[in-house]
Design a protein around this ligand. Structure first.
Ligand code: GLN
Length: 230
């Protein structure tokens, strides 16, 4: 189970979001506090961010803690909308940059915490990798982000053992689901963070209940149960 993080707000650097917090993605790569599946996230990392309306990505199949180049450049990369992750590969999945979140359809950046039986997913020609998360991302993109909740419910019914925490951003919105793993939210003065686990001990972090859909825009946050499953 990987760990992911999303930001929507005033521009913040990737270093501020990923590397500097006391329990941010950098520390979560070797010492996550709330991870239920897997001990560490050493199988790669991805930083996705919007440059205006353009999604850009930097992904690696190596541990985040060893990447001195990223640590050097991250303070200079700032964005109003970020989707980043550290990865603990599911057994049998390839360890390669293209299997590492965030995935993209050119408009959205999307990360998946969890596991899914690829046998219940349609064959998606657009998948970036054979990794379950990449195939799931292609399925979600093909169905359309407006159907994210419905797609998660459908896949969750088809594979009852699946864990389907999704986090996605398009530059003006963040969408997230909880389905089998943790997600927390920090609603600050200058924006909203969604993260698999709190990156510090700020008392304003709130836990999102399981089987919910979160939508964050510049002016609002909505948290709704995934229909028929709560
Ligand atoms: N199943 C995905 C992978 O192998 C995600 C794993 C995870 O959430 N740890 O990359």
């Amino acid at each position: 189970m990987c760990r992911h993080l999303g930001w929507l707000g005033t521009p913040r650097s990737l270093a501020e979001l990923m590397l500097e917090p006391a329990h941010g993605l950098l520390v979560q790569s070797y010492a996550p506090r709330r991870q239920r599946h897997g001990l560490m996230n050493a199988d790669g990392w991805g930083a996705g961010f919007f440059d205006g309306a353009v999604p850009r990505r930097w992904r690696s199949a190596a541990p985040l803690w060893g990447d001195a180049s990223f640590a050097s450049v991250a303070p200079a990369l700032s964005s109003h909308c970020v989707v980043a992750a550290v990865r603990s590969a599911t057994v049998g999945m390839p360890v390669e940059p293209s299997a590492t979140a965030p995935f993209t359809d050119g408009r959205w950046l999307l990360s998946h915490n969890g596991v899914v039986d690829r046998g219940v997913l349609p064959t998606c020609a657009g998948a970036e990798s054979v990794c379950d998360s990449a195939v799931l991302a292609a399925t979600i993109f093909a169905r359309g982000m407006a159907a994210l909740g419905a797609t998660v419910i459908e896949v969750g019914v088809a594979d009852p053992a699946a864990r389907l925490n999704i986090l996605a951003g398009d530059g003006s919105r963040l969408l997230a689901t909880t389905w089998g793993d943790t997600l927390s939210m920090l609603h600050g003065n200058d924006g909203v963070v969604l993260a698999s686990e709190p990156y510090d001990d700020d008392p304003r972090w709130v836990d999102i209940p399981d089987r919910h859909l979160v939508e964050v825009t510049a002016g609002s946050v909505t948290v709704t149960p995934l229909e028929g499953t709560s």
